[in-house]
Design a protein around this ligand. Structure first.
Ligand code: IMP
Ligand code: MG
Length: 204
């Protein structure tokens, strides 16, 4: 199995592993343990944010207790396009197919970067009157929070992003990472490299 620090060659790209498969899986054990405790008496709906959080959602859900009153659904949203920097646009390709009113929603996301995508998602889900909303993200890039294009930095949006930072304090975070673009374990570069079982960064 590949280790953190190893370099792998995929096509003509060189990728350095920054979080190994083993480290990811061990961290998910810990997150699942905590979620199992926190949601025991609740009616929880996992909202998996496609496509990036597919791998994470599956590995997490398989570790959740049979005793949880759990439903799983997904939303497909995008705020990036083919660029490695945020474009600020928000498109919903697929909405929820579960009524979340009075339910305890756990949003499962691959990565929180600027926070803009999550701000849009939370704003939308709040309108549907859930009992609570929490975020579970595999990766968090706190140094990028709020770094969105100038034409999107109105007061209201910045407020919503700062609310996401507050929510993360009560949420579940796999790993904190630096301001680097990462791929693998669901995360893509131009729709590719999602299938890697580890998190890596493209060296060249
Ligand atoms: P945000 O709106 O800037 O927080 O961006 C969130 C979305 O951008 C995530 O759901 C990812 O799909 C994508 N994204 C952000 N950073 C990365 C990265 O380093 N690699 C791959 N996708 C990323
Ligand atoms: Mg995403």
């Amino acid at each position: 199995m590949n280790k953190t620090g190893d370099t792998v060659i995929i096509g003509n790209q060189q990728i350095e592993i920054i979080i190994s498969e083993k480290e990811i899986q061990e961290r998910i054990d810990e997150l699942a343990f905590q979620i199992n405790k926190d949601y025991l008496e609740k009616e929880v709906v996992i909202v998996s944010i496609l496509t990036g959080s597919m791998f994470f959602t599956v590995d997490l859900a398989k570790r959740l207790s049979f005793d949880l009153n759990l439903s799983i659904t997904s939303m497909d949203v995008e705020s990036y396009g083919n660029d490695t920097k945020t474009s600020g646009t928000f498109t919903i390709y697929k909405d929820l197919n579960i009524n979340i009113e009075n339910k305890d929603v756990l949003i499962v996301e691959d990565i929180i970067d600027t926070g803009l995508t999550m701000a849009h998602i939370v704003e939308l889900l709040k309108l549907r009157s859930p009992n609570s909303i929490r975020i579970c993200c595999l990766l968090n890039k706190p140094s990028r929070r709020g770094k969105i294009p100038k034409n999107f930095t109105d007061h209201d949006t910045m407020q919503k992003i700062s609310e996401i930072s507050d929510m993360l304090k009560e949420g579940y975070i796999g790993f904190k990472i630096n301001d680097t673009f990462v791929v693998g374990y669901g995360l893509d570069f131009e729709k590719k490299l999602r299938h890697l079982p580890f998190i890596g960064k493209i060296i060249k």
